[in-house]
Design a protein around this ligand. Sequence first.
Ligand code: UD2
Length: 315
Amino acid sequence: MAKYLVTGVAGFIGRSIAAELLRRGSAVRGIDNFITGKRENLAGLEGMEFLKGDLADPSVCASACDGVEIVFHEAALASVPRSVADPVATNVNCVDATLNLLVASRAAGVRRVIYAGSSSIYGDSPTLPKREQMLPNPISPYAVAKLAGEQYMRSFTRVYGLETVTLRYFNVFGPYQDPTSHYSGVLAIFCRKMLAGEQPTIYGDGEQSRDFTYIDNVVNANLLAAVAPAHRVAGHAMNVATGSRITLNETFTILRELTGYRGEAAYAPPREGDIRDSLADIGLAGELLGYQPHVDFREGLRRTVEWYRGHRDGG
Ligand code: UD2
């Protein structure tokens, strides 16, 4: 019987958590509906029990949670612009799915749910770095949905005693991230295009900044959140990031070195719902989990480019 459930296991974050759990010899169940997850991402996870299903269906959530002790809830319809184009789909796949999963977790006697929160909930307030006690100020429907998910987490701890932990991820990147959709993360898109000799597009003036976080740091934070004592972490939300930021223009320059792309970037108008600057204070995750980012931005980007170089077909 699986001890761990990973939702969104065919997405790059879910897949990376599952791979590490399997590497450590744990029994893992994974679920995905393949709306954005890729079947190819399940390669290497053969030791895992896999369920194809949609968390919007409560009976699917019940089967997924059966016998599980700890849930890593990574499933979501990510992307700010996707939510601007279709806010209802984002709500169904982020909010309804999360509530169904929590209800099923409670019914199945799951001990802890660790939730993939998002830095987008901080919105565009000029204060940097973002600290957890700041008032959330979501702009896009995606940010609203991610915030609703974390409020449900907190509620289920307070009302039902289910241990929940929200990890607010800051712009995660790394191997297995889908580079093929225009809703993909910017670094995945840029790596694929620049390795193929195609011109990337920067929306806005390129001076927007992000606290881009390499995937291994996020996996590590999740595993720490799984073992942290409940009295320290249950019902809490904390930033998971590197605590440093870089502009898109600077990123483009580094990627030119790493990929060998010699052209310039194209510039286009800023995206709706975009925020300007993002930077985390990671002190709370350090205090509550013992979290430290072990892989910095440059090293993470180097590893990511190498991975895409070996997977030119987009997977
Ligand atoms: C948000 C969240 C992030 C995560 C993600 C999921 C913030 C600060 N971050 O990421 O934590 O939840 O949503 O989707 O809210 N861009 C280009 N060219 C491209 C693609 C993107 O210039 O081809 C720009 C885009 O306009 C933005 C930046 O790159 O300014 C980052 O965009 P993104 O979609 O990678 O991530 P973002 O910040 O919306």
